[in-house]
Write a protein that binds this ligand. Sequence first.
Ligand code: GDP
Ligand code: GDP
Length: 437
Amino acid sequence: MARPVVAIVGRPNVGKSTLFNRIIGERLAIVEDKPGVTRDRIYGTAEWNGVPFSVIDTGGIELADNDEMLQSIKAQAQLAIDEADGIIFVVDGKTGLTPSDQEVAELLYRSNKPIVLAVNKVDNPQREEAVYEFYSLGFSEVIGVSGAHGTGIGDLLDAAVAMLPQGADEEYDEDVIRIAVIGRPNVGKSSLVNAILGEERVIVSDIAGTTRDAIDTPFERDGKRYVLIDTAGIRKRGKIYENTERYSVMRAMKAIERADVALVVINAEEGIVEQDKHIAGYAHEAGKAAIFVVNKWDALEKDDKTMQRFERKIREEFLFMEYAPTIYVSAKTKQRLHRILPLVDHVADQHAMRVVTHVLNDLINDAVAMNAPPSDKGRRLRIYYATQVSVKPPTFVLFVNDPELMHFSYERYIENKLRAAFQFEGTPIRIITRRKS
Ligand code: GDP
Ligand code: GDP
């Protein structure tokens, strides 16, 4: 089930990033942070009234060759129109309506995308009247907000969530494994996609069946069905914004949302850089299964320790993804390419694995007996009962006396016990503590 994307659009200084932080801030407060997960300033996830969605601050997307301000906002708006399911158009209630607001509004209006107009900097009741002049832009949803004070954000989110497409678009059957190939520009994503599709025994289907066909590539191998998500995005070249790193991150993020398994492609020649970690971190945060695919293995001068050294490096750099297996390949020489899909099958199975409740509880009881839960000021955490509430990723709820007493290190200990018993290779695990009522 893909999370819909909401893009925040507007002139500089109207308060886009302030609102963005307000919107994702709601979530940061309830979801625990794991060390090593880097958050990108412009992309976040949020949930409102039980509806999860992603948010992009398009103001943070730097577009090359657009030094003129209006051109640049228009390009950002166009990007939002192309990529988002709904748009929050932010204007400044303090400054009032400006000609560039009008130009952007026209562009947005013509797009037929659902749009909510947020009139920001309505900091006090006296300024509420500022909202009215913006009705002339022609949008039916107009909400006065103050990013600075946090007022009106609830109404804004109500409107934003209401405009999003309803219900999940279950575009592929349950047994189809959805694969996203992600990574920085030039790591070899499109070469890998072509090489995988060109492999023996891979049958690329040309049956039109879903609206996504234009950008996804369904195929079969040994009777198993897969789909490569957003192959068009991977192959497409030359648009002005294609080459900016930020844009490629956004594109990757959308593909990840729709996938079961992320192939995180790394360039063996260049080694691991910061952006690889961001991209991998998105797959982790989104709860997807992941495999590190170290490509261009042919281009390295190797000795018998090269692979070990690279493996160590990966483990050091991706501490938060210890669970993800690595495969060393070459799209060019086709080395080990045939092992990718079997590994995809394996991690997809692990991602969807369910543990029987009594087996789970036996394991938790043993773990507690071996290593007592943390205590604070004489009160000790008690775990009464555990249950797996969902798969993809496997998610466990521990019913306890007081969730505040749970410690990151103890959660980690429980996770390690779960992995020792059931592997869960290639998939993140979520552990949630709830007060037993
Ligand atoms: P962006 O360029 O659109 O992302 O705008 P920012 O979020 O960076 O905000 C621009 C400026 O407006 C900053 O100085 C903010 O502190 C200020 N600002 C943002 N929201 C509000 C608000 O609700 N009221 C007032 N008075 N100022 C705000
Ligand atoms: P993308 O931007 O991630 O889709 O990367 P491309 O697939 O376009 O590849 C970028 C460059 O790396 C191209 O010049 C490819 O020919 C080259 N390349 C891709 N895979 C390999 C590989 O396995 N070995 C070598 N030596 N070069 C590769």
